[in-house]
Design a protein around this ligand. Sequence first.
Ligand code: KIV
Length: 285
Amino acid sequence: MAEEMQKLSIPDLVSMKREGKKISMITAYSYPQGLLVDEAGIDIILVGDSLGMVELGYSGTTPVTMEEMLAHIKPVTRAVKRAHVVGDMPFMSYNVSIEQAITNAGILYKEGACDSIKLEGGQEMAKTIEAIIRAGIPTFGHIGLTPQTAGMLGGFKVQGKSLDAAKKLIDDAIAVDEAGAFAIVLESIPRQLAKIISQKVKAITIGIGAGMECDGQVLVFHDILGLFKRFTPKFVKVYANAWDYELKAIKDFIDEVKEQKFPTDEFTYTMKEDVLNELSKYAGV
Ligand code: KIV
């Protein structure tokens, strides 16, 4: 009998931090992407609100709605057997009140069938995180550059470079950790600050533009595969030029259709000669 794939639990992920084993995380937004990254052996999959930019054509993450998040979380959770799947809470789905945050976290967790939810913010979100966890939903924090409120931070810039800004980010990390988040994304901060935070908190730290000393690393699916051409931040390493590869395949298909090179017999159904003769008489052609 085929062995059932074992789902990675939160205690499994936490023990990886304790044992100094690095944690890999990537975004995914669809059933085939979920299948692909799970088969590759990724530890955590984030159905991120980066969805807005890389899949839905928005200029940022703020327009993304709960309905859109849910529509993309569901196929990913249907695909994944091993990885821990995180559903991202879209802007304004948790910022109005604690009650609103619990309700919407519940919708993503229950209807989306994800393993945890993620929200952005530091000290100001600690009570919200605590309340969502008290309601029974594992929660992932996200501090540093928080894209949903990047306008308030002066744009998409590295955070925590000055002494005061770095102290505030340490306080943010501690607040999110003490609120009970099991993991925290550290986005676009100096590696030395990420190292201090990673040593100080119990939570797993997952860096994106935060250097090697985090407990794990996350990148966006489309960035790793060279599928998003609009811009590539400094922290992105492109591991494959899938766009160029796919573009060539589609162009080859177009050319073969135009030049009547496809479909050849290999890709075609035929019928027996006697049936064809009768059919031709019937059709008069
Ligand atoms: O939405 C997202 O993809 C994210 C990651 C970049 C961490 O929040």
